[in-house]
Design a binder for this molecule. Structure first.
Ligand SMILES: Cc1ncc(C[n+]2csc(CCOP(=O)(O)OP(=O)(O)O)c2C)c(N)n1
Ligand SMILES: CC(=O)[C@@H](O)[C@H](O)COP(=O)(O)O
Ligand SMILES: [Mg+2]
Length: 640
């Protein structure tokens, strides 16, 4: 283990109770030691670094001032929670972050009483904290609820739904807006500009702070006069803050790295009778680590890295990432088609749309963390004759499901969905797995659902999406790198609902969707070695199915197996339904569906996750042999 940082104070702090034994003047050193520990740990594990570095002081101050875990601390997204985990009894496991059997990279209820609410998808913290606050209030129990939400997460509508509803919580609810002027990329939209104006108009807020301090010292009769003055001062700061208009007492902006400011403000807020209160804290993403501070993305998500130099470990050069194959293919398509435009919900690099943006900036839209808006915005664009590509990770598209149904599918609008991170994603674990998109999309009338088996297929499918103007269409593909096939110089338009035979056999038929094709071919090799002639089909479409191909395979082979990187209700269900509707099972066909298990799988390497899920070549072989051994007489006997 590389030499660990010297952390004498931190060594004595296992929980917030230990932290609260320190004197205020020791907290600076404690925070410095905590920051060093975070850098050291993430250097070993990789993960989300910049956001955690930005909240080292804030985390320290919150646990110092508030009575956690009785006071419920809810982190938004939770990717910034590594300092929190170190201070709440998990320092001994912090170097297992995001690994199989290790700590989650986000807050997680089952991990600690200090994690009252799990996160990972953004903008949920105020709603959850409001729940805790009202529950305590109704039960007459002590305990406040503190939501810490970033400026990026504040761009999602859900945060406003919660704030709109927060009045009832009174002083039980505290919202801390962690404003580091960053999302994953620089933040976008009016809110970001608004926050910048507040921060830059510091002199007015200084006046208001002074007035408030005076007001607090005056006897009560003067409070009204001071309040009126405060109203006037507030009018001087852009008509008061948006948050005050929503019923919050607004405090700030304050320096989120200055413990001498943070501690007294948090103590005042903790003891205030008024509420709910929003504290606007200004921090720096990547604070205190020069390579992070200097990088464009502030080391939002990093591989393992050399702590001295900040140099991240590079994976060996291999096939291109699917996200970049997508972004570059779409940029090429858009060069000759002015109707193509592209939308991301705050994930320009993750979706590969940064490549599109560089080529076609006027047709690129980053709408912030606002997936619902992204989908309906795309629907409007499509309704007006554009060819919009909505690039949203499978897991995040879940947030916009009603918009997909109500605004796109029912109206049969030609929105193109580029669904990255389809299937299991590895270190981000269950919250980010793209398990359900085939299930939730292929069930919709009018929807076309494709899955790319490799990066060449993805190029063809992007082209097919471009030309599909008759209704909505989706293409899904996994996180990570392609398989190393050559990319087509000229993309083909695929026939909708048509799959392809990859290997012809006689006894066993494997019907694959998406990138399980590689494992299906490995399984076919193993089965052939056992004397079982095996066909492999890449169905390409979960909807509409290639019924002719499926019918041929199911009526000419003894065993048929479907396999997909998705949960029940996807390809397998649709094939089973077709087989049942057409009585193909009645004739004694042994048909098995292989899909993700009915559980939320924790983080691990993707290949280990798929092994655990029973979706690798060995599992396919096992399923086929078991089906062949299955004695239909036994079934008949059971019936008798
Ligand atoms: C619903 C949803 N969409 C997208 C993401 C991906 N995501 C993770 S963190 C992040 C940026 C969050 O910005 P902010 O809240 O300001 O936190 P910071 O990283 O600046 O601390 C995004 C877009 C997500 N977690 N949830
Ligand atoms: C915290 C969060 O939701 C994102 O940072 C996410 O972890 C990105 O996932 P990828 O690394 O797959 O782009
Ligand atoms: Mg931010």
């Amino acid at each position: 283990m590389a030499d660990l940082p010297a952390t004498p104070l931190l060594d004595a702090v296992r929980t917030p109770d230990d932290l609260r034994k320190l004197k205020p003047e020791q907290l600076r050193q404690l925070a410095d030691e905590l920051r060093a520990e975070v850098i050291s740990a993430v250097g070993v594990t990789g993960g989300h670094l910049g956001s955690g570095l930005g909240v080292v002081e804030l985390t320290t101050a919150i646990h110092y001032v508030f009575d956690t875990p009785t006071d419920r601390l809810v982190w938004d997204v939770g990717h910034q929670c590594y300092p929190h985990k170190i201070l709440t009894g998990r320092r001994d496991r912090i170097r297992t972050l995001r690994q199989g059997g290790g700590l989650s990279g986000f807050t997680k209820r089952s991990e600690s009483e200090y994690d009252p609410f799990g996160a990972a998808h953004s903008s949920t913290s105020i709603s959850a904290a409001l729940g805790f606050a009202i529950a305590n209030k109704l039960a007459g129990k002590p305990g406040k609820a503190i939501a810490v939400i970033g400026d990026g997460a504040m761009s999602a509508g859900m945060a406003y739904e919660a704030m709109n509803n927060a009045e009832a919580a009174g002083n039980r609810l505290v919202v801390i807006l962690n404003d580091n002027d960053m999302s994953i990329a620089p933040p976008v939209g009016g809110l970001s500009a608004y926050l910048s104006r507040i921060v830059s108009s510091r002199e007015f807020l200084g006046l208001r702070e002074i007035l408030k301090k005076i007001a607090r010292k005056l006897p009560r009769p003067f409070h009204e006069a001071a309040r009126k003055t405060d109203e006037y001062a507030r009018g001087m700061t852009m008509g008061g803050t948006l948050f005050e208009e929503l019923g919050f007492y607004y405090v700030g902006p304050i320096d989120g790295h200055n413990l001498d400011h943070l501690i007294p403000v948090l103590e005042n807020v903790r003891d205030a009778e008024e509420g709910p209160i929003l504290i606007h804290v200004v921090t720096k993403k990547g604070k205190g680590y020069a390579p992070a501070e200097a990088s464009a993305d502030k080391y939002h998500g990093v591989q393992k890295f050399d702590v001295i130099t900040g140099a991240q470990s590079k994976s060996p050069p291999g096939p291109p990432q699917y996200q970049n194959v997508f972004g570059e293919a779409l940029a090429r398509e858009a060069a000759t088609d002015p109707r193509i435009c592209a939308i991301t919900a705050a994930m320009p690099s993750g979706t590969g749309l940064d490549k599109f943006a560089a080529a076609h900036p006027d047709r690129f839209f980053d709408v912030g963390i606002a997936e619902q808006h992204a989908v309906t915005f795309a629907a409007g664009l499509a309704a007006q004759g554009m060819r919009p590509f909505c690039a949203i990770y499978s897991t995040f598209l879940q947030r916009a499901y009603d918009q997909v149904v109500h605004d796109v599918a029912i109206q049969n609008l030609p929105v193109r969905f580029a669904i990255d991170r389809a299937g299991l994603v590895g270190a981000d674990g269950a919250t980010h797995a793209g398990s359900f998109d085939v299930t939730y999309l292929a069930t919709l009338p009018n929807m076309v659902v494709m899955a790319a088996a490799d990066e060449a297929e993805l190029v063809h499918m992007v082209h097919t999406c471009v030309l599909h103007d008759s209704g909505p269409i989706a293409v899904r593909y996994p996180r990570g790198n392609g398989v190393g096939v050559e990319l087509p110089a000229v993309p083909e338009r695929l026939e909708i609902g048509k799959g392809r035979m990859v290997r012809e056999g006689k006894t066993v038929a494997i019907l694959s969707l998406g990138t399980r094709l590689a494992e299906a071919l490995r399984a076919a090799d193993q089965l052939e070695a056992k004397g079982l002639s095996t066909s492999v089909a890449d169905l390409r479409f979960a909807k509409p199915l290639d019924e002719a191909l499926i019918r041929r395979l199911l009526t000419t082979h003894e065993v048929a197996v479907t396999i997909e990187e998705g949960a029940i209700g996807g390809l397998g269900a649709h094939v089973l339904t077709m087989a049942s509707d057409e009585g193909l099972i009645d004739a004694g066909l042994k048909l098995r569906t292989m899909r993700l298990p009915d559980l939320f799988q924790d983080q691990d390497k993707p290949e280990l996750q798929y092994k655990e899920a029973g979706l690798d070549a060995d599992a396919i072989v096992e399923a086929v042999l078991k089906a062949l051994r299955h004695n239909s007489a036994a079934v008949a006997g059971a019936r008798a």
